[in-house]
Design a protein around this ligand. Sequence first.
Ligand SMILES: NC(=O)c1ccc[n+]([C@@H]2O[C@H](COP(=O)([O-])OP(=O)(O)OC[C@H]3O[C@@H](n4cnc5c(N)ncnc54)[C@H](O)[C@@H]3O)[C@@H](O)[C@H]2O)c1
Ligand SMILES: [Zn+2]
Ligand SMILES: [Zn+2]
Length: 389
Amino acid sequence: MRALCWNGINDLRVETVDDPRIVNPHDAVLKVLATTTCGSDLHFIDGYLPAMREGDVIGHEFMGEVVEVGPEVRDVRVGERVVVPSFIGCGSCAHCRNDEWSLCDNTNPKAALQEPVLGYPTAGIYGYTHAFGGYAGSHAEYIRVPFADNDCFPVPDGLSDIEALFVSDAAPTGWMGADFCDIEPGDVVAVWGCGGVGQMAQQAAKLMGAERVIAIDRLPERLAMAAEHADVETLNYEDTDSVLEALREMTGGRGPDKCIEAVGMESHGTGAQYAYDRAKQALHLHTDRADPLREAIVACRKGGIVSVLGVYGLLDKFPMGVVMNKGLTIRSAQQHGQRYVTTLLEHAQRGELRTSHLCTHELPLEEAPHGYELFKHKQDGCVRAVFRP
Ligand SMILES: NC(=O)c1ccc[n+]([C@@H]2O[C@H](COP(=O)([O-])OP(=O)(O)OC[C@H]3O[C@@H](n4cnc5c(N)ncnc54)[C@H](O)[C@@H]3O)[C@@H](O)[C@H]2O)c1
Ligand SMILES: [Zn+2]
Ligand SMILES: [Zn+2]
């Protein structure tokens, strides 16, 4: 089959690789109908996340049609159209039973690569480094899905492939970010980042009852999209000397009650701190640029919640004193997709959750390297490039 392979930093190529097959009795094989880029992919494409190997098939957000099931698959049928969360859950370990699917104890066969850093390994994920299991990714004609009964969710008839596609990762990630905020009536929620994840977090915060949502980014087309689809107020950080001052002013001097960071380790910034982070990252002295995370912590009102969705490795100048003295709660996780998919499909069916506008570019798989160029450099208004193998 044809698949998009990582061949080194910034070197993606569509190549012919072996077809996936049923390996374990709980597996299914899907024909991929739609698969999309994610900000998380940029971190290893740009070389900030290690443990990729030449020839790895990338991609972790997808939906497709079931073409084969293993002998112990009970609920999933050949011919069904399904969406699959990007983190793989076994469904029976303590973490899966606790609805913490990205923490599954059983789906990372390369746990030893993570343990020295994390202490305990996370779940595996498709197409996302050997430290996260070394699974083949979804930018391919076919993909193997382990534990199919837990991880394949039937797509209701009224939903298009593209609408369902974003329920695999961007939507549950954003939803989880808002869920972590314990939103109460009257809350003002600020969201850093208007990529797919940030926009989904903004919609989720509104659906959960936030009174106001303030969306922060520097790309006018993304801010406009957020305003149109998530009914947010926007703040372009390049148009203000200080995001902190602007937020203070917008919230009557109090600060946002809840802050969601949806940018991650490759953030941009404007000040001296950003120049320092960039230099250290370039020299591999630490991996991350963290302007928006630090900003969210300082901007948040006293006693508020900061919910971190952006992916981070190692960063310094983490303002722990601010967290402590202001009595903040920091919450974070890789997405627990299986916890939210059913709810999200229902919201999408009722037209309350709007996802398909994130697909700004639809391309055949052969053009995936070009799709990643558009996505990475945010060219031509690209929010998500979707490939149709
Ligand atoms: N927790 C999870 O399970 C999970 C799942 C998916 C993605 N992610 C992570 O979420 C982050 C966002 O993903 P995405 O796909 O939306 O990425 P994206 O690259 O499409 O969007 C990031 C946005 O942040 C904006 N930005 C950059 N610097 C900023 C700053 N200083 N202040 C405000 N906005 C700024 C960019 O302009 C861009 O619009 C990434 O780090 C990704 O790895 C996490
Ligand atoms: Zn993703
Ligand atoms: Zn598990």
